[in-house]
Write a protein that binds this ligand. Structure first.
Ligand SMILES: NC(=O)c1ccc[n+]([C@@H]2O[C@H](COP(=O)([O-])OP(=O)(O)OC[C@H]3O[C@@H](n4cnc5c(N)ncnc54)[C@H](OP(=O)(O)O)[C@@H]3O)[C@@H](O)[C@H]2O)c1
Length: 239
């Protein structure tokens, strides 16, 4: 069976664990060459080694998305190793609980910087490389918490605000890039079985989705199968 991303080059943030890692694994199974940034270099090295044993081409780069200089460095690395990008997945994210009248300003800044500003900067740097592909896709990972009109949870303020902002990024990029043949979509999952979920909802919670469930939808949006879908927010409620 031919892979759905044969000869495609992807960048997946949050590659070290959770949804990002599951996406890298699935993309590699489908023939993509993948650039993988995250802070946990040991986890990235282990991922690269396990996927390269199966014939995949994986590039890893230690990157703190909270530092714009690290994002500049990441794109210098990508440009030194690839002439274009076909797909960008913004899967990195962070969560901290705290009511708006209690949470520290520094925590608010960190959440906005990772969940929103870093995705913005990644897209800004990636657009020239996606244009070279002639047929690029961007997939942003948001959350049901960032969807208008759905149930909200006490203490999720800065996280929810960051994800509402991400929808603004998705919508405006769709407008600006549609005519340039870059499709931009977003996925908003319910609870996913990752470290972040248990940090947010506690060890006893029972998330309805696996990282692989979400990765399958990322693959759909990244591949030609989903054309001409653009500017959409796919909400995943799970079982
Ligand atoms: N889990 C859920 O229930 C759920 C539900 C809805 C939406 N989401 C969203 O799904 C996305 C992925 O979350 P997840 O559940 O897979 O979380 P996770 O398992 O905690 O993984 C988070 C990823 O983001 C990376 N990251 C965090 N801060 C970073 C930084 N400063 N610089 C670089 N990378 C950073 C982490 O890498 P390092 O720590 O190695 O840097 C890790 O790879 C997030 O955007 C999250 O908001 C999750």
């Amino acid at each position: 069976m031919a892979g759905k991303l044969e000869n495609k080059i992807a960048l997946v943030t949050g590659a070290s664990k959770g949804i990002g890692r599951a996406t890298v694994e699935l993309f590699a199974e489908h023939g993509a060459e993948v650039f993988c940034p995250a802070r946990s270099i040991d986890k990235l090295e282990e991922l690269k080694s396990s996927l390269e044993k199966k014939g995949a081409k994986i590039h890893i780069k230690q990157t703190d998305l909270g530092k714009p200089s690290d994002i500049n460095e990441l794109f210098r690395f990508i440009s030194a190793n690839a002439e274009h990008l076909d797909t960008v997945v913004n899967a990195a994210g962070t969560f901290k609980r705290g009511r708006i009248d209690q949470i520290a300003e520094s925590d608010f800044d960190e959440i906005i910087n990772i969940n929103l500003k870093a995705a913005y900067l990644i897209c800004q740097h990636a657009i020239p490389l996606l244009l070279k592909s002639g047929n690029g896709t961007i997939v942003n990972i948001s959350s049901l918490s960032g969807c208008f009109g759905l149930q909200k949870f006490d203490g999720f303020g800065p996280y929810d605000i960051s994800k509402y902002g991400l929808w603004g990024l998705t919508e405006i990029l769709d407008v600006e890039l549609k005519e340039k043949n870059i499709r931009v979509n977003q996925i908003s999952p319910s609870g996913v079985d990752t470290e972040m979920h248990y940090r947010a909802f506690g060890p006893e919670s029972n998330p309805p989705l696996t990282p692989r469930d979400v990765a399958r939808v990322v693959l759909y949006l990244a591949s030609d199968e989903s054309a001409p879908l653009s500017g959409e927010n796919l909400r995943l409620f799970g079982k």
